[in-house]
Write a protein that binds this ligand. Sequence first.
Ligand code: FE2
Length: 339
Amino acid sequence: MSEAQLNVAPIPLVPATGCDERAVPLLLQCQRDNVEPSSVCSWIADHRSDFEAKLNAAGTILFRGFGLKSPEDFDQFVSAFGEENFPYEESLSNAVRVVRTERVFSANEAPADVTIFLHHEMAQTPIFPQKLFFFCEIAAAEGGETPLCRSDLLLERLAEVAPQFVTDCEKKGLKYTNVMPGDDDASSGMGRSWRSTLRADARKAAESRLSQLGYSWEWLDGDCLRATTPVLPAVREISPGRRSFFNQLIAASSGWKDTRNDPTKAITYGDGQPLDREAVLLATELAREFSYNVDWQPGDVAMVDNRISMHARQPFIGTRKIWASLVKAERQPIDENPS
Ligand code: FE2
């Protein structure tokens, strides 16, 4: 199936005022009506290496008009890229989600008024997906955009304006702490229970899993568990000379907040020292310049290179159904002796 048969064209997206134009995703729009899912899948399979190159350049590819209607269509669409699935159950994500198919689960189930701040998916855990896909089944009546931030461009800028902070992040790495409930708490953006996260029904099994992963932990009242990660990198090399601000620093210090968690205690340097508050605020502020807000239309799919682009979620009004799929699990290098 050729591009001409499906009539796919790149459509320019206009960045908001103040947004760097390099942060704009590539939008590929199918302009033929009633396109068959099987034609779309064979078109994807025929163009895999082309998508790889385009994704590497743009950080995100947005597919529009390809006739996807359901999470099952989305599952097929993602499968056509031929990448290994990274199921939610196997991840250490702290978000509560609803699994729909083998590859597809709901994006964060947190209430509509909760803002989810910019982050690289699972950068706060030892295992992360190289890519993620989002599919819009129902767009919110108002709000609910997905900001996507070019983290490589953000890091470049940060290195110019806050070089010591970047050096500290790079040399010391980061440790993240969160408090997990015993049972899922869907009222929080980070309410996944320790039982689900660690796939353990008893404390002993949870401790054994944490120990394998290099975490430290403490049991708290109310069946809660405070867990601290091993030292994880804060900066990642994508290719020679190209690096990204690969961490959850912005989300952890702004948004890891619920009845159990205090964002001021969520993150430290790898040596346990607090982060430079001013620099964290600067990074949060600068990230806006490199962020493009995806305004969803039903049927849209975003393919995101998780090493290059961070994502977030704006609050919304109405019903919003965004599904997610993760591929290619990769292990982070763990620093046992941070400098
Ligand atoms: Fe996420």
